[in-house]
Design a protein around this ligand. Structure first.
Ligand code: ATP
Length: 251
């Protein structure tokens, strides 16, 4: 994979900048406001942690930032796009495909495909030739320490290995923005540590803006920045010096 330590779009250091995001959901006869005018930004090369209690709006924020869930108000500028939500849905999908990686708690792997195929599929969908896809997929899986497990299907992999396949799949396309939603919550301490270190490296070595939603305070150690959200409002935003060698104790 190529190193993208200095990829800066037209918004300078910011890979993504959002202002005034409001998201409401229907609730009974009325509405519940889940994002209450949120301003948010994330820089290239930073591991930005978004923390907050259950129901505080973290996943909704990620969905609004990544073009998955349209906010009622506010705008999102990302990479070379001004006001993502003004694009057609096809162009929003293309933006996501070209530039964004996603890692979720549930791994989202295809049961019938080998580790190698899980990663290849996405790359072919992006337009790589089969040979290019195979090479890139092998490199990405090797980078996450699964070079020896290329032919295994999810059923033969541990939870930690499955999450690493999901990370390889997200990293293989060298995304400029990587969204991770509770990426370690289904894992034990050792596997959680492997995963958070990979996210740290995606930011430091590949220059991705990594936005990681979690309610696990132990992950703060690896972050460049910790943003706290409560009840749809950002209540704290601190830069910090990450410790890439931190040790994640088991639950
Ligand atoms: N599609 C939806 N329809 C109605 N309400 C929703 C919908 N999605 C989320 N909500 C509500 O919005 C609030 C915020 O949800 P969200 O998933 O963003 O929180 P979260 O901080 O990510 O929580 P968790 O840590 O539990 O995942 C919750 O009260 C949730 O019930």
């Amino acid at each position: 994979m190529s190193l993208h330590t200095n990829v800066h779009g037209k918004h300078g250091d910011f890979a993504i900048e959002a202002t005034g995001l409001v998201k409401r959901f229907k609730s009974g006869k009325g509405f519940v406001e889940v994002l209450k005018g949120v301003d948010f930004d994330a820089r290239h090369g930073d591991l930005t942690m978004v923390m907050g209690p259950s129901g505080s709006g973290k996943s909704t924020l990620i969905a609004a930032l990544s073009g998955l869930l349209r906010p009622e108000q506010g705008r999102v500028d990302a990479l070379d796009v001004d006001d993502l939500w003004k694009l057609s849905s096809g162009r929003i999908d293309k933006f996501r495909l070209d530039h964004c990686g996603f890692i979720f708690q549930g791994f989202n792997l295809f049961p019938a495909l080998s580790a190698l195929q899980q990663v290849e599929v996405v790359l072919k969908f992006q337009g790589l030739t089969p040979a290019q896809a195979k090479k890139r997929a092998t490199e990405a899986l090797t980078e996450v320490g699964l070079g020896h497990r290329l032919g295994q299907r999810p059923s033969a992999l541990s939870g930690g290995e499955k999450q690493r396949v999901a990370i390889a799949r997200a990293l293989a396309k060298d995304p400029k923005i990587l969204f991770a939603d509770e990426p370690t919550s289904a894992l034990d301490g050792e596997n959680g540590q492997i995963v958070i270190r990979l996210l740290r490296r995606a930011a430091s070595e590949h220059g991705a803006a990594v936005i990681c939603v979690t309610h696990d305070p132990r992950l703060e150690e690896w972050a460049d920045r910790v943003i706290k959200i409560e009840d749809g409002v950002i209540i704290d935003d601190q830069r910090r010096i990450p410790n890439p060698d931190a040790v994640l104790a088991s639950h």
